[in-house]
Write a protein of this length. Structure first.
Length: 95
């Protein structure tokens, strides 16, 4: 069994996954936690913050330079880059 087959085992429901510009696998779960896996299966873990954890993530788009996530309160959060920086609120279409 490979390490990547264990992705689901120790975190919440996977919402979206995709590749970064430097060929790491980005995996975002419904609790707003995302992991960046290298080609050896090792990972770094980051969070989109308290709102994402409390309201949940319902959808997301991952691109080479970051991700945009839609929370359960319909807020769009953007994480620019893959260094774990604090996400920026883009919009709240629910207001």
């Amino acid at each position: 069994m490979t390490r990547l087959s264990l992705l689901q085992g120790d975190q919440g429901k996977i919402i979206r996954f995709g590749w970064t510009h430097d060929e790491r696998l980005a995996v975002l779960n419904d609790e707003g936690v995302y992991r960046l896996y290298d080609l050896q299966g090792d990972y770094q873990q980051y969070s989109l913050g308290n709102e994402a954890a409390e309201m949940g993530i319902i959808d997301a788009r991952i691109h080479e330079g970051g991700l945009v996530a839609l929370t359960g309160s319909l807020t769009l959060l953007e994480a620019k880059g893959w260094d774990g920086a604090k996400p920026m609120t883009l919009a709240n279409p629910g207001e």
